[in-house]
Design a protein around this ligand. Structure first.
Ligand code: AMP
Length: 415
């Protein structure tokens, strides 16, 4: 036997049996997000490495440890996108979308790549549904995107969720917090892992992202960022919470929620599910008011979230497919030709039809139709071809009747 080529660790195939759920989730995302004025955007899977170094942040775990970076044949450093926001910001600047009258509200669905340690709910190629809003600084929009996510999840019948919120402050108030955080981390550094020790110097906020249990426990002793917010951030946060209440969204303030990416300002949030296990965040997001101008664009603020599709799909309940399909069973060449023509017409009526071009007995074709769950079976043999009338069997009731072409099309249309 020849050696099989292995699948790359942390990647997986999405097989036809699962794909229906993916398609349902994707079409629901489009439907719901467009109701709120969002439009789809698609950007390249790879970008210049510096885009993510600068956007995601040089001290983030993503940039330090998780990027798929490679040189192309011209020696340029490229990276498979680990997240979406920097790409959207780049695209807005390049295409000068901020000069157009359309709202700067975008959604995106596609794969992301992170060289993280694979485990349940964490993959190296995974998929995100992402939404981004620009030029809207009111905390009401932060609340609206959380409400939109909540509505989207409910439409998919995902109910067991919790909404966690926080504020990570801004350039004005965060330095004082970072100073105290660094001081506290220095005091208890014997309890931190080597990675966190490095973070004390580079960016102590990132200690909260550490996945080591003892570091997470130690981090409980750190000061809360919400005690350091300046007046503007404080007001933004309290209005955000107030608007969530207006929408009827229950939430919990979680002062440790700083998210793993460097660009957040003010609002951060996550929606988690108790059904997910250790990797329990279905989605996470927040505000990034400084990003656009740091990329050389206009000074416009941004906010948004990213949802992990693999995690979402694992909590979306299975839904039986609506609409049936017809299996065409035939015997002999003449019946096959008549069947091919009929199937063509039936498909034009919008019904799924399956005709399998294999030499099989009628009995085995019937048992296949049964196994596949066909709603109708159309049986054609020499006799039927001669008469121009065919046997149509309703697999739910078991009733089989002789019908001509027009009658069949009529029944299909009405079913
Ligand atoms: P982030 O871009 O890190 O804020 O993540 C947003 C969401 O993407 C998370 O809440 C997860 O649902 C999902 N996610 C992030 N990383 C992974 C991964 N390695 N595998 C699967 N899903 C992920």
């Amino acid at each position: 036997m020849k050696k099989q080529i292995p699948t790359i660790r942390g990647t997986k195939d999405i097989l036809p049996r699962e794909i229906r759920k993916w398609q349902r989730v994707e079409s629901m995302a489009k439907k719901v997000f467009e109701l709120y004025g969002y439009r789809e955007i698609r950007t390249p899977v790879f970008e210049a490495t510096e885009l993510f170094e600068k956007g995601t942040g040089e001290t983030s775990d993503i940039v330090i440890k998780e990027m798929y970076t490679f040189k192309d044949k011209a020696g340029r450093s490229l990276t498979l996108r680990p997240e979406y926001t920097p790409s959207v910001v780049r695209s807005i600047i390049k295409n000068r979308l901020y000069l157009k009258p359309d709202p700067l509200r975008f959604y995106f669905i596609g794969p992301m790549f992170r060289y993280d340690k694979p485990q349940k709910g964490r993959y190296r190629q995974f998929h995100q549904i992402d939404i981004e809003v620009f030029r809207e600084g009111d905390p009401a929009i932060d609340a609206e995107i959380v409400e939109m996510a909540d509505y989207f999840l409910k439409k998919l019948r995902v109910y067991d969720t919790k909404t966690l919120v926080n504020s990570v402050g801004c350039k004005e108030c965060r330095p004082a917090y970072i100073k105290d955080l660094r001081k506290k981390a220095e005091e208890i550094k014997k309890d931190l892992c080597a990675d966190c020790l490095r973070k004390i110097k580079t960016n102590p906020l990132r200690i909260f992202d550490c996945k080591v249990k003892s570091c997470r426990e130690t981090a409980q002793a750190f000061p809360n960022i919400t005690d350091y917010l300046c007046q503007e951030c404080e007001e933004h946060f309290s209005k955000f919470c107030d608007y969530l209440g207006l929408y009827g969204i229950k939430y919990k303030v979680e002062p440790r929620l700083v998210r793993g990416i460097d660009y957040y300002t003010k609002t951060t949030f996550e929606i988690i599910s108790s059904k997910l296990g250790a990797q329990d965040a279905i989605l996470g997001g927040g505000r990034y008011d400084d990003m656009m101008k740091e990329f050389g664009g206009p000074d416009i603020c941004g906010t948004g979230f990213a949802m992990g599709m693999e995690r979402l799909i694992s909590v979306v309940p299975f839904e039986k497919e609506k609409g049936g399909f017809l299996y065409l069973a035939y015997l002999g060449e003449k019946a096959k030709r008549a069947g091919m023509e009929l199937v063509q017409l039936i498909r034009r009526e919008g019904m799924e039809c399956l005709i399998e071009f294999k030499k099989k007995t009628l009995k085995s074709q019937m048992s296949r139709a049964n196994k596949l769950g066909a709603t109708w079976v159309l049986i054609i043999g020499d006799e039927e071809v001669k008469k121009g009338k065919y046997q149509l069997k309703n697999m739910q009731t078991g009733i089989q009747e002789e019908k001509d072409r027009e009658e069949i099309l009529d029944i299909i249309q009405k079913s």
